[in-house]
Design a protein around this ligand. Structure first.
Ligand SMILES: N=CN[C@@H](CCC(=O)O)C(=O)O
Ligand SMILES: [Zn+2]
Length: 389
């Protein structure tokens, strides 16, 4: 056992749900971590002794960000696709095959190195938990390999064999679905906690509601929990399907009808709506109306969706700034969504908040208050707090 007393905290933002803004901000606070757990929170003047002390010199302390949606296992470059979109080209999911080809060609060592660099980049910006999806292998061996490597970095791994129908199967969609729900699930499933599907009738490459249902039910049968990519490119059945099947999260939610919003509000105890504003930024698309969701009582999360196609940014502070500027969230709502909200979308109670017994997954800001996360967009003020010992 090894304990650390954290003092000199300018503002302790616990995200424990208390207070009007749910941020549970504690003045004059100190925190003690023992190994990887929080064991004491209180007034600095009353802090107990510990093996060592870390003085934050007036900086704010927040829970580490929980990035609940990413696609980090890939090789290849699609910067030209981004440039084309900035001059008017539309995103339709077709570029996923480009990343698939490069990813299949990469060695295990190269994929591991690329993934390690991306996770390090996230930690350097305050992210302490990351969910990582497969989805650029799209063959039995390549999907299992992606998840095996991802599970070296996180326990939140997601099987996304149903990302798109790969080119060699486009003449036989039903055959590809048989593969995803059969042999591919058998070999990839043991390396995954979650199963996900890109349910998007507006894309010729992604999956319809009926196809997505089949994928999700097969995954559940295999012991995986459910997540859905839905309503990204247009109105569609993704949100309703996610709610009906009790998925932990439906992600994107860019195009929603009133019925979709009502369904999400009614499912607030089971299904979180995860918003990914970096995607709208990088695809020049309209932003989802985050304000409408919160006002309707929907639980939301914010995540990066870091991936080579629709958003190659791993910066949660950038997502917070976009959510505030473009989606109508307050800075407090945005921070809560990227910590406690995102933890909820992963059905985790041990991360995303600073409370007795939670993991000591912490981020420190080179600023006196969390407001600076949105007030100083693009400035790297957030980093993970590495505790000594
Ligand atoms: N929409 C589906 N999947 C990713 C994009 C993947 C890609 O284009 O490479 C997303 O979440 O936006
Ligand atoms: Zn995604």
């Amino acid at each position: 056992m090894s304990s650390t007393l954290i003092t000199g905290i300018g503002e302790l933002v616990t995200c424990d749900g208390s207070g009007e803004d749910r941020l549970g901000i504690r003045p004059d606070a100190a925190v003690v971590a023992e190994d990887d757990r929080i064991v004491w929170i209180g007034r600095a003047a009353e802090a107990p002794a510990a093996d060592r002390r870390v003085d934050l010199d007036g900086r704010a302390l927040i829970p580490g960000f929980v990035d609940s949606h990413s696609h980090l296992v890939f090789d290849g470059d699609r910067a030209a696709e981004f440039a084309a979109r900035m001059t008017g080209a539309a995103y339709d999911g077709g570029g996923i095959a480009t990343s698939m080809t490069a990813t299949r060609a990469a060695s295990d060592g190269r994929l591991r190195e690329l993934l390690g660099r991306r996770v390090t980049e996230m930690r350097a910006q305050g992210t302490t938990t990351v969910e990582i999806k497969s989805g650029y292998g799209l063959s039995v061996a390549d999907e299992a390999r992606a998840l095996r490597i991802a599970s070296e970095f996180t326990s939140e791994t997601t099987f996304l064999g149903a990302h798109v129908v790969p080119p060699e199967w486009r003449h036989d969609r039903a055959g590809y679905l048989d593969l995803v729900t059969g042999e591919m699930l058998v070999s990839a499933g043991p390396h995954a906690r979650w199963i996900d599907v890109f349910c998007e009738p507006a894309s010729p490459y992604a999956f319809t509601g009926d196809e997505a249902r089949r994928v999700l039910l097969a995954g559940r049968e295999a012991g995986l929990e459910l997540r859905v990519h839905g309503n990204q490119l247009g109105h569609g059945p993704g949100v309703q399907l996610a709610v009906e099947l009790g998925a932990a999260s439906v992600d994107h939610c860019t195009y929603l009808t009133d019925d979709d919003v009502d369904a999400l509000a009614g499912a607030r105890d089971s299904t979180v709506a995860t918003l990914l504003p970096g995607v709208e930024f990088s695809t020049r698309s309209p932003y989802p109306d985050g304000r409408r969701l919160i006002d309707a009582g929907v639980r939301i999360a914010l995540a990066s969706d870091c991936n080579p196609g629709t958003c190659y940014s791993s910066s949660i502070p950038f997502m917070l700034a976009l959510a505030v500027r473009e989606m109508g969230l307050t800075p407090a709502e945005a921070l809560y969504a990227a910590t406690a909200g995102a933890a909820r979308s992963l059905r985790r109670t041990d991360i995303g908040r600073i409370e007795l017994g939670t993991r000591a997954d912490l981020a420190v800001l080179d600023a006196p208050s969390y407001l600076h996360l949105c007030y100083r967009p693009g400035v790297p003020i957030a980093r993970t707090l590495e505790l000594p010992g």
